[in-house]
Design a protein around this ligand. Structure first.
Ligand code: NAD
Length: 317
């Protein structure tokens, strides 16, 4: 059955993959985006890849109730991804992060409760902070280390309260280091996989913050898009919080050596001091999302890196 969904931040990296999957499944999609970090070209790529499908783009901000109302009209559910997704930027401009990530989220939730529609909220592994546990479980105490982490967690708390007060079904999907095609590679706030691919393709030494022994649960973006849609379409009640990840752990040094192989490069990295607010190790326990939604990751780290590097090579050669 064709259903209309709203994707906030749909012109961004993850958003464009969620939009693509929805269109491939025959749904119609409204994107609300202010194009602060998202790109029109991401949606053009989606249109070219899918060929058909009903995609409406509303340029506006999640912080303005009128923009959200205009975009949400007739939608049966919201995937709320719009945010300023950078630890570094939040340290420089914490009020700006608060405005987009918290006020924006409350504005989206308020629309959802007025329209009585389900929300999937993009939570973040940054909620866990740097706790001494091999796997991050959803029932662990949150310990945000940066204004970004605090703002994303504040969004989660609003999700819980809206579910309780208004009976709204909400799923918080906590993402862990998502990577893949269309991630911005050339901004000071770029994710590490995109930044390394870009550096190798430009023949510049990749920059490692710290000694590279920090580890991450890298998750390929198509798995994230699939998990988000499962969260939206599986009947749930109240506010459920799930890790959406692979349960793997790979160091930044591992990542560098695999990408160096793909690039056929001998470039050595330059090292910078560890970043303020960064965590050392981040690995998800994914048993809850397996049980609640039947989710299992499909793309391995190695395969995801191969697909990603090939995409950057084609796009930025
Ligand atoms: N990429 C990751 O590894 C990761 C990890 C954890 C959580 N997340 C969360 O996933 C979501 C998507 O992240 P991404 O990596 O695709 O980032 P992105 O920057 O590519 O996408 C964010 C999108 O939101 C839009 N946006 C920002 N402020 C807006 C506003 N006020 N109104 C309307 N649109 C606005 C941007 O233009 C952009 O299109 C974010 O909520 C982020 O916090 C991402």
């Amino acid at each position: 059955m064709t259903v209309k969904y709203l994707v906030t931040g749909g012109a961004g990296f993850i958003g464009s993959h969620v939009v693509e999957l929805m269109l491939r499944r025959g749904h119609s999609v409204v994107v609300l985006d202010n194009f602060s970090t998202g790109k029109r070209d991401n949606l053009d790529q989606v249109r070219r890849a899918v060929g058909t499908g009903e995609l409406l783009v509303v340029e506006g901000s999640i912080t303005r109730a009128a923009d959200v109302a205009r975009a949400a009209g007739g939608c049966r559910g919201i995937v709320h991804l719009a945010a300023l997704p950078s630890v570094v930027r939040s340290v420089e401009e914490p009020l700006e992060s608060h405005d987009h990530n918290v006020t924006g989220t409350v504005t989206v939730l308020d629309r959802a409760r007025r329209d009585g529609i389900k929300v999937v909220y993009a939570g973040s592994s940054s909620a866990y902070g740097d706790q001494d546990a091999p796997y991050k479980r959803e029932d662990m105490r949150e310990m945000p280390l940066s204004p970004y982490a605090a703002s994303k967690l504040a969004g989660e708390l609003y999700c819980r309260s809206f579910a309780r007060v208004y009976g709204l079904p909400i799923v918080v999907t906590r993402f862990f280091n998502v990577f893949g095609p269309r991630q911005t590679p050339d901004s000071p706030y770029s994710g590490v996989v995109a930044a390394f691919c870009f550096a190798f393709l430009r023949g510049k030494p990749p920059r490692i913050d710290g000694d590279g022994s920090q580890s991450r649960d890298f998750t390929y973006v198509s798995d994230v898009a699939r998990g988000v849609l499962l969260a939206l379409e599986t009947p749930t009640t109240g506010c459920e919080t799930v890790n959406l990840a692979c349960a793997g752990n790979h160091t930044i040094n591992d990542l560098l050596s695999i990408l160096r192989g793909h690039a056929g490069s001998n470039l050595q990295p330059i090292h910078a001091p560890p970043r303020t607010g960064d965590v050392m190790h981040s690995r998800a326990d994914i048993s809850r999302i397996e049980t609640l939604l039947g989710f299992a990751p499909e793309v391995s780290f190695a395969e995801g890196l191969r697909l990603t590097f090939d995409w950057y090579r084609r796009t930025y050669r």
